[in-house]
Design a protein around this ligand. Sequence first.
Ligand code: FES
Length: 106
Amino acid sequence: PSITFVHPDGRAQRIDASNGESAMQAATRQDVNGILAECGGSAMCATCHVYVDEDWLARLPAMGDDEDALLDGAAAERQANSRLSCQIQLGADLDGLVLRLPDRQT
Ligand code: FES
């Protein structure tokens, strides 16, 4: 699948991802600035926070309790469409996914 990250300045960065990797893994592998992922994807740091484009929100699996709790401590304001990108598993069903980056992760 290919997914797009939209930076706080409005710049869109489209990257190719592999089936089964997380949006965070795809982003860090391809140097998308704005995803820090300090815990490496263990749902422990909240520095992979993203805002999911509204069109895609309902297509993502529901978040787990760990993710929900961590998002409360994210550096940037939590919004209704906030998710942790390390918990978004990519597959063909999410081809074209659009994720917006918050203005800070720490
Ligand atoms: Fe740490 Fe996602 S990488 S919570």
